[in-house]
Design a binder for this molecule. Sequence first.
Ligand SMILES: [Zn+2]
Ligand SMILES: [Zn+2]
Length: 389
Amino acid sequence: MPEKIHYRGSMLLILSVLCGYMSARPVWVSLYNNLQVQTVVVSAYKGELSVSGDGLQEFVISRGQAVHVALHGEKIIVSSTKGVVGAFNKLNITGADAASVVRLRPLQPLAEPRNYEESVYMYADMGRIRMINQIDEKQYLAGVIEAETGSGRTPEFYKATAVIARTYLYGHADRHVSENFHLCDETHCQAYKGKCRHAPIPVAVEATGNIILTDKNLHPISATYHANCGGETESAKNAWQTDMPYLIPVTDPYCTSQPSARWTKSIAIDDWISYLVKNGFVPNPNTVTDFNLKQSSRKPDYKVNDFVLPVKQIRNDWNLRSTFFSISVENGTVVLDGKGYGHGVGFCQEGAMEMGRRGYKYDAIIRFYYKNVLLTPVSEAHISVPGFE
Ligand SMILES: [Zn+2]
Ligand SMILES: [Zn+2]
């Protein structure tokens, strides 16, 4: 979705734009991106960490040891139990070997600790400690899949989500280019909470090779997803006024008995009428007004007499789970009988989980929700991946 990008004066570090994939190049992910971290504790969750301050001063964090990293103006100050280690512009924390794991625990503001593989790079950035995980693509994708879909899913569902997460990565690798990293760890990009703990997920990532979803011109698609479509997916055209040939309505029999399939909300009729009046509805005392709405298939608008309100606006105004709801009036109460959870465009997670349980292969699951797409190796797709130093 459109996001405001804050451009800064110093775009020092964008050295090259590579047309190719990241096979050996790490993904740069901004950690705790939504927090203005001032102090963070760094420890070795597994193995040993080697730390380099400005490429000069090197020291080791052994298992069980921790250091505090605090912002101080344009520098970051590192201290251990023995006192201040030094003040640095940049700190590079790397596992001593492949099994080492970096643990971060922000103290100010307080946040849950998370574990990261490979390297974490830190520096002062506009009043915060910027923390970047430089991470292998596959390990990053496994972390995303765990954060986005949880544990205990079928291998084919995980494979489908691996392709979607990889498509997002290569389709949006330049999203934060002005901030000198590829993606953030929030839902703005893809949720990423560090090292994946569930063994079947990396297996699914590996099994899908370097496949992403592209259109016929070999450009990565906008692989949108949501929790539950309620039985029919929404078109990108209705949801966002952007027509995309692969994001078109699909009748989905797989999600309708799943946990997020249904919701209801009751609103007093007077509150409902005031809401409509506020939006331009003019009640007519001489006629019987029909407030009902029937959505057996998705409709873009709610109509009362000649008054029209987009269902998308109703969803936003009342904080509803979806736009896929019917309306009836029962004893002075307006009852919204809703289906699904989320915008409903593209891949329906609960439907896809059920398809996985019923034995569908990952490519069949993908093609059920995204129409007219190609499963393309990254090396053959048109992508642009910025490189940072
Ligand atoms: Zn982002
Ligand atoms: Zn569905």
